[in-house]
Ligand binder design. Structure first.
Ligand SMILES: *[C@@H]1O[C@H](CO)[C@@H](O)[C@H](O)[C@H]1NC(C)=O
Ligand SMILES: *[C@@H]1O[C@H](CO)[C@@H](O)[C@H](O)[C@H]1NC(C)=O
Length: 214
């Protein structure tokens, strides 16, 4: 699993860095693409973050709700993986420094974010299947993605709660704040990706029903 998600990360990162190197920026975005992005992001809970996190990654060809929710999921996955490695590093340092089992909250967070990486990886794959499998499998893939992303959100909030409740003696305040900030970012990006996906799925269902009306 770990190997797969790492490969996926490298793939995603390489796609993104190519785009980064092209120097695309919000201001260069085609006005029509920007309008599309803003209208899609309006349905999310964090619309500003939504626009900011996606504006460098969309273009006129990705002006499609399905592609947009796929890109949003990948952004969330990349953040989750980097957060996982950050918490891993923190846990390792704790083990070396004080060797006491005081860092349970960080260890729990590591488990939760690792599960999150798996769920996000699976969701990215599931969205790819969505286009390959027929219409009959749509509902199945849809409910998988919704279940997994909701679990990522629950786990992220459980981690942040654990950070809130853990004593400052065990963990430096800065480290705690950093873990919380990173996990919150993953949660918000995932919430946005779920909203974009739900919007796409609802529209898909509506148009599909429309086609089959007598
Ligand atoms: C536009 O975006 C899509 C999806 O993000 C990407 O596959 C494609 O290569 C991009 N095209 C250009 C010209 O950047
Ligand atoms: C953690 O504490 C902060 C500050 O008191 C609060 O705003 C936040 O909602 C708490 N988060 C969780 C997940 O309990």
């Amino acid at each position: 699993m770990d190997k797969i998600s790492l490969c996926l990360l490298i793939l995603v990162l390489s796609i993104f860095s190519v785009k980064g190197a092209l120097g695309s920026s919000t201001s260069r975005l085609h006005p029509r693409t920007m309008t599309f992005l803003e209208s899609q992001c309006k349905r999310t809970r964090y619309p500003e973050l939504c626009v900011r996190s996606l504006s460098n990654l969309v273009n006129t060809t990705s002006q499609n709700p399905q592609i947009l929710s796929q890109v949003a999921l990948k952004v969330s996955l990349v953040k989750a993986v980097s957060t996982k490695y950050y918490i891993m590093k923190v846990c390792k340092e704790f083990n070396q420094i004080n060797k006491v089992k005081n860092n349970q909250a960080a260890k729990d967070c590591l488990d939760q974010i690792s599960d999150g990486v798996s769920h996000l990886t699976n969701s990215v794959k599931e969205l790819q299947h969505l286009s390959l499998d027929g219409e009959r499998a749509f509902i199945w893939h849809q409910s998988n993605v919704q279940t997994w992303l909701s679990t990522v959100l629950t786990d992220a909030y459980t981690c942040m709660e654990g950070m809130n409740n853990s004593g400052y003696a065990a963990m430096g305040g800065n480290v705690k704040a950093m873990i919380k900030a990173k996990v919150l970012n993953v949660a918000q990006l995932t919430s946005n990706a779920l909203a974009l996906f739900n919007g796409f799925a609802a529209r898909h269902k509506a148009s599909h029903h429309g086609k089959h009306k007598p």
